[in-house]
Design a protein around this ligand. Sequence first.
Ligand code: NAD
Length: 290
Amino acid sequence: MKIGFIGLGNMGAPMAANLIAAGHDLTGFDLAARPDGVAMADTAAIAAKDADVVITMLPNGAILRAVAAEIHPVMKAGAVHLDCSTVDVASSQAVAEAAVAAGLSALDAPVSGGVGGAAAGTLTFMVGGARGAFETALPLFEIMGQKAVHCGDAGMGQAAKICNNMILGVTMIATCEAFALADKLGLARDKMFDVVSTSSGYSWTMNAYCPAPGVGPKSPADNGYKPGFASELMLKDLDLSQMAAEAVDADTPMGAAAAALYRQFVQDEDGKGRDFSAMLPRFEKRHRGN
Ligand code: NAD
């Protein structure tokens, strides 16, 4: 396929490399990044012009809207705009509507799996948009990832992603505060893990990504809390969940509390640049009521 790829940062560059390695004809564009081995165009419009599929992997909804406004008018009739960024549901749906109005197809396909998954080609794609466009993009999902779920109409990929990550943020905080409580009660961390990981408190954050160093499988906690999944990215996704909840009048008190806590951690404490599981050393240092 002829592919345009716009946004070749930490995630986009390895995703593009996998598509090139699989034999696709790919032209990239990025305002700053110049990854090795990718033929780069001078503008987003040039990268998008003749492509069957244009992939965007950008930081936020405002940038996605701006790039979409630039590329939609020049894209081939019937081509697919495949947006893999994590953005707000409203921007995602607005971009999809604009694409359809321009005679294109649109998919929102945010990913989980992080930079490691992007490099290994093991991402999970959560996809919203027309079934036909999903089928066109499926061979690309199979190269860049190990799983692609068609979640429904435009925006439903973003909806699935932010709901998942709202659970993740809340659960990580719960796991970390429980470890800090166990410490103060005198319960050994390995015993805590042994019990909880096989009891009703188990979760992905406890069992697969344990925030306590030296306990459970290897995780960023065993690497000085180097991300992994950085706290500021967790904050971004929690904020997106709260924007979405606001828009549809959903009551999400735990999501709101998690967003407030990660904001404090990232903006006022030492959370920026640390893995989101570094909530555990944060709680360790704290006392009730401060
Ligand atoms: P990044 O900041 O490394 O990459 C974004 C790239 O977009 C940068 O290279 C930047 O120069 C480029 N860019 C910005 N504005 C542009 C424009 N107008 N035109 C062209 N290029 C432009 O970010 P990332 O970590 O690669 O994340 C990309 C997206 O994937 C984000 O939406 C993020 O939330 C999501 N995501 C990231 C991870 C992760 O672990 N990094 C995991 C899942 C999802």
